[in-house]
Design a protein around this ligand. Sequence first.
Ligand code: AQP
Length: 342
Amino acid sequence: GQRVFSGVQPTGNLHLGNYLGAIQRFVGLQDQYECIYCVVDMHAITVPQKPQELTRQIREVTAAFLACGVDPRRHIVFNQSQVSGHAELAWVFNCVARMGWLNRMTQFKEKAGKDRENASVGLFTYPDLMAADILVYRATHVPVGEDQKQHMELTRDIAQKFNNDFAESIARNGFGETYFPLAEPLIQGPARRVMSLRDGAKKMSKSDPSDYSRINLSDGPDAIAQKVRKAKTDAEPLPSEEAGLANRPEADNLVGIYAALSGRAKADVLSEFGGSQFSIFKTALVDLSVAHLGPIGSEMQRLVADGHYIDSVLVDGANRARVLADQTMRDVKDILGFIRAR
Ligand code: AQP
């Protein structure tokens, strides 16, 4: 079967990059695939979190999924820590992945910074847990932003090494030639890497100290308008063709955002705005962003206000996810040669 898995960390400040790179795309996959969307709270604690804020942020990400149009009845929405198979399989993958593989991960280098001795061990093994998130459901497709490309390659390497190392046992247990699929990242569309509004060389990120660097899903019309108006640009008018965006990262970023929000191609947007000054384009971008994000923000607020409903969605989703994950863990234990109750 074809199955989609993706996760979002409940680490605050959900932004337009998270939306266009991931959550918006979750919605479009629902007609084609069986989908599992996860609030990855265990990933969040790889860096310090305040418990009460973490609780609030788990509800907020869940509300964002629902407000954007993820259907928790037809698909599965839950938080990672409620299904123990993620952590169990991550341990197995800690023993499959090699130190050298993890040493090459750029996200760890960026997040650990200079004080690497003081980073948590969990931050280092984060990609093994991510591989477990995906493979505990034997998911085949993973919609993510471009920043997750390297972790997706590692996920495939882990699946492949497990399949190779245990090939004989996989066959003996009746699973055929391979057990885990080589999950395919779905990194698509004009907003696969949304950049900071203040610096076209940096990705839009939750942890950027400047709130002007990002549009938050919770921003109202005034905040959105201010941030777009202050967004960094160059002095030239917009080009008429996509090739004209080369070496103009800020222009490229704003055009990409406009394209993604309107469901059009960048070339199509430029055929409308080519030759315009940024002031005109920005006004159109404000209108589009407010029209698009306004209803999402207010629906999120409405949902978060009813914490009981959100929590019941997560418990129900976890109950359904657990059935799938438990089956994988039984299979994996048999493949590894562990003893279990039958
Ligand atoms: N700027 C972005 N453009 C496109 N997609 C993005 N994603 C994140 N930033 C962008 C995608 O959002 C999904 C969830 O990401 P995450 O929860 O793993 O958070 P993150 O990548 O750690 O988010 P930030 O904003 O980058 O946080 P910090 O500041 O902590 O590093 C993923 O699919 C991701 O690709």
